[in-house]
Design a protein around this ligand. Structure first.
Ligand code: HEM
Length: 527
């Protein structure tokens, strides 16, 4: 019954890639006065926020103590487990109250409610991420960032102004397609490096995750800074610039969870971890400015009338001659574009290596699309890799690299029958939502085909249950590049090699992202 009632709101659509997509037909009334009245009535009759279930905060200590070492029951690496636990213990809406230095967190596990929230979020959605980056951009280096502070950790009109300047060039398919060739070249170099790294069993070394970081940094350097940074050079010294950028990116991102949840005291005192964070960020700004200035110099000798020949950085520099805009964009893309991609690809490669049946299907598709293994990639050919894309989607559904998304409520809102006050931070736990039987049929089954086949009445796949890149005007700015990078690496690798994994199964853990925790000692068997 429940499944059928949900299906009434879901319409099956075919996308241009022939993948099955869904659209909700739940209409939002067009007349805004009517909407206002309906919302007022809804708010008046809703249950109070205080009745939302959740773990009881202690006096003074609140709930933050639960995340402290020794006395707390939760570790940062347990964030994924906590998301499941809260749902199991309290149900589809859970409030985590009394966290030191931050508003309450409200976990929402109902995809219909999440859909409603996204559809009502307006033109400047507020994603409550990275208050430490907000402090860095808006206080510590206010002199540099000023009003053009980027998109990450920036909100309101300042976010909208920046995003609308960069949105078109970054997301335009024509721009993204131009990077097929350069990313393919980087990936060829990377695969050659992988071959050099193999041991006598043809297995990759324990430090392969660091090598994946280098590949993703090399890709993002090309996209955001117009440069081959040289990360894939053999014998990269620990003091070399690319390795320093990798280390700085790891530091900046992985300490955010610790800075924001475990030790939020940096808001009041300049702690050591906070001072190191600032030093790292200063280093990033310096590197970005150096390469953007070099791109600006090169631009002086280019024919600017041929827009199609310009790179992403050049298009941005032509549009906005103050190089700061391109520098801040590069900083944001690098900050979030290294770890996300390298962790996502670790996860996808691990799933490929441990699922031989599905791997054979990917290989069959690759052989059909690229009969000659030396054939160069093109946009048209990549577009034909339907099963590969479905496989990646299925990995994200079950092991979403970004385990959840969030929004800060900008007005009082009714969620699951409760009146939730403005300012509350909502958490949409993507990882849990994609595994709930009321959102996805047979959720434990790894089934890439569910993203391709026309589903029947009994097969559900809620469109808001698995949103690895978020949704709406604030959705991931780098998603097209992310998809492209992953598809290129997998295509190039699997067309020539079978991937195997012969060690103890790896557990997924949250460091900052959700990924297999352990040595990625894949075996590469030539085809
Ligand atoms: C598989 C890899 C990736 C995943 C899973 C991912 C996921 C996400 C998610 C969930 C968000 C929040 C969206 C929202 O609030 O609705 C986001 C934001 C963002 N992502 Fe990604 N991302 C990935 C790769 C990348 C890459 C490679 C780049 C850069 C080239 C990038 C750049 C950004 C930026 C700049 C934002 C902030 C957008 C804004 O606030 O306006 N991401 N990403």
């Amino acid at each position: 019954m429940m499944v059928l009632s949900r299906m009434k709101n879901v319409q099956v659509l075919k996308s241009s890639w022939n993948l099955v997509r869904f659209r909700s037909t739940t209409a939002i009334p067009a007349d805004s006065l009517f909407v206002d009245e309906t919302i007022k009535d809804e708010l008046a009759s809703a249950k109070p926020y205080s009745e939302v279930p959740g773990p009881k905060p202690l006096p003074i200590l609140g709930n933050t103590y639960r995340l402290l070492p020794v006395i707390g029951q939760y570790k940062i690496s347990d964030v994924a487990r906590i998301s499941f636990l809260l749902y199991e213990m309290f149900g589809k809406i859970v409030a985590l109250r009394g966290l030191i230095g931050r508003p309450d967190l409200l976990f929402v596990y109902d995809a219909d409610e999440i859909e409603k929230i996204y559809r009502q979020e307006g033109p400047t959605p507020f994603r409550p991420s990275m208050p430490c980056l907000v402090k860095y951009k808006s206080e510590v280096r206010k002199d540099f960032f000023g009003r053009l502070a980027g998109v990450v950790g920036v909100h309101g009109e300042a976010w909208r102004e920046f995003r609308s300047k960069v949105q078109k060039p970054v997301l335009q398919p024509q721009t993204v397609k131009k990077y097929i060739d350069p990313i393919e070249n980087i990936t060829d170099d990377f695969i050659n490096r992988m071959i050099d790294m193999l041991d006598s069993n043809r297995e990759l070394p324990a430090y392969f995750d660091n090598e994946l970081h280098k590949w993703s940094l090399e890709c993002i350097g090309q996209i955001a800074l117009d440069v081959r940074l040289g990360c894939l050079n053999a014998n990269l010294g620990s003091d070399s610039e690319p390795q320093k950028v990798i280390d700085a990116a790891k530091y900046a991102l992985r300490n955010i969870g610790i800075l924001e949840l475990k030790f939020p005291f940096w808001r009041y005192l300049p702690t050591t971890i906070w001072r190191n964070y600032v030093r790292n960020m200063d280093f990033f700004v310096e590197v970005c400015m150096k390469y953007i200035n070099e791109a600006l110099e090169r631009l002086k000798t280019k024919d600017l009338t041929k827009e199609k020949d310009l790179s992403l950085v050049e298009r941005i520099l032509v549009m906005e001659p103050d190089p700061k805009l391109a520098c801040v964009l590069a900083l944001d893309l690098i900050l979030v574009g290294i770890d996300t991609i390298s962790m996502a690809i670790s996860s996808v490669l691990y799933q490929i290596a441990t699922r031989p049946e599905e791997q054979e299907k990917i290989y069959a598709e690759l052989k059909r699309v690229f009969p000659d293994p030396n054939e160069k990639l093109t946009a048209k050919k990549i577009d034909e890799l339907q099963y590969l894309r479905a496989f990646i989607k299925e990995v994200f559904r079950l092991y979403s690299t970004v385990i959840g998304n969030g929004r800060t409520l900008q007005k009082d809102t009714v969620i699951s029958g409760y009146r939730i006050p403005k300012g509350t931070q909502l958490v949409f736990p993507t990882l849990v939502l994609g595994r709930m039987p009321e959102h996805v049929s047979n959720p434990e089954k790894f089934d890439p085909e569910r993203w391709i086949k026309q589903t029947d009445e009994n097969n559900i796949l809620h469109p808001f249950a698995s949103l690895p890149y978020g949704h709406g005007p604030r959705m991931c700015l780098g998603r097209r590049f992310a998809d492209l990078e992953m598809q290129i690496l997998i295509s190039k690798l699997l067309r020539r090699y079978k991937l195997e994994y012969h060690h103890e199964p790896l557990e997924y853990q949250v460091t900052f992202m959700y990924a297999p925790d352990g040595d990625l000692k894949f075996r590469m068997v030539p085809r």
